[in-house]
Design a protein around this ligand. Structure first.
Ligand code: SF4
Length: 318
């Protein structure tokens, strides 16, 4: 039994449970009290996943907030627009308060590199204050140093890797990145934080998917989310040479045998469509056109600014 924090809420008439590690939302077999709760992860994983467009609600299940664009690494496939103006600390705190009370089940602090933020734990505390579960997506470089202060604030840590070995990862991230990320994962696991590895699937990286699942087992991570590459930001330049179709990526996932205790999942571009992002300048953005594009919507001044106009779709599965 692996008991960890989840967030529950009834939206669109459905009782939902959001997993901060896998980023999946599940249908609960019965109505649960709204808010943060502790559940057996091995049980939740068996509950039917559901994605945003299948539920009639304007409230996003989860939101990714990138309060900064700065990063200590320079990856060519980075999605971030480095020209975005970052807000100051007081404005970050204001954004965190709006997100906390938005009714969203899961909030992820991403970047840039969030572990560069001195106010990261203060922001995390605010985000979780009204019932959401909170995660942090990091390149892992500073994770070993900061893991102890993240305990009790973040419900999951997602560590992004571009390869299962130093040679494959550091080719994209720079020398020493793989070792630092692995050291960070081990430290976070030792501290008791649920850790999920993130791996962007591209033509040049897909051969490493099985090895990535094996690496997760060796490091003590609970699972791997394989992310379809989004041709956004600097990633646009790689669209023609690196992108796999969702069908090709699913075939690659089906060939992976997860080691015991490791869950693997694929986030297709289809699933990433309509995903909501709040950028460092405080503006709400949303993935459109099957996540092949991202569009600015409006400045975030109140929770309703996050609301989705999406219709309910049938048929697709997470
Ligand atoms: S580690 Fe992440 S945020 Fe930093 S440059 Fe690479 S992809 Fe971009």
């Amino acid at each position: 039994m692996t008991v960890r924090a989840f967030s529950t809420r009834v939206l669109g008439g459905k009782s939902l449970v959001y997993d901060p590690a896998t980023e999946l939302t599940h249908l609960a077999p019965q109505v649960l009290a709204s808010g943060r709760c502790w559940l057996d992860g091995t049980q939740v994983v068996a509950w039917q996943p559901v994605f945003q467009r299948q539920v009639a609600t304007a409230v996003p299940f989860n939101v990714c907030w990138s309060p900064l664009v700065r990063c200590n690494l320079e990856c060519p496939q980075c999605l971030d627009d480095k020209t975005v103006q970052e807000l100051r600390s007081a404005d970050r705190a204001r954004i965190a308060r709006i997100l906390a009370t938005s009714g969203t089940l899961g909030l992820d602090i991403s970047g840039g590199e969030p572990l560069l933020l001195r106010d990261l734990t203060a922001l995390g505390r605010t985000l979780r204050s009204a019932g959401a579960v909170v995660s942090c997506t990091t390149n892992g470089w500073h994770l070993a140093r900061r893991a102890p202060e993240l305990v009790g604030v973040f419900d999951a840590i997602r560590v992004s890797l571009d390869g299962p070995t130093a040679a494959t990862h550091d080719r994209w991230r720079g020398t020493g990145s793989f070792g630092r990320a692995c050291e960070g994962v081990r430290a976070a696991v030792r501290a008791g934080l649920p850790v999920q590895l993130h791996f962007v699937v591209m033509q040049s990286t897909a051969d490493g998917m099985q090895q990535m699942a094996n690496l997760a087992a060796r490091l003590g991570a609970g699972g791997v989310t394989f992310l379809q590459m989004l041709p956004i930001g600097d990633g646009r330049a790689l669209r023609d040479t690196q992108m796999l179709s969702d069908a090709q990526a699913r075939t690659r996932l089906d060939a992976v045998t997860p080691p015991p205790g490791v869950r693997v999942r694929l986030r297709t571009r289809e699933i990433a469509d309509a995903f909501t992002v709040v950028r460092a300048d405080g503006k709400v953005w949303r993935n459109t056109d099957q996540a092949n594009e991202i569009s600015a919507l409006r400045r975030l001044t109140r929770a309703e600014d996050l609301h989705l106009p999406v219709p309910v779709l049938q048929g697709s599965t997470p």
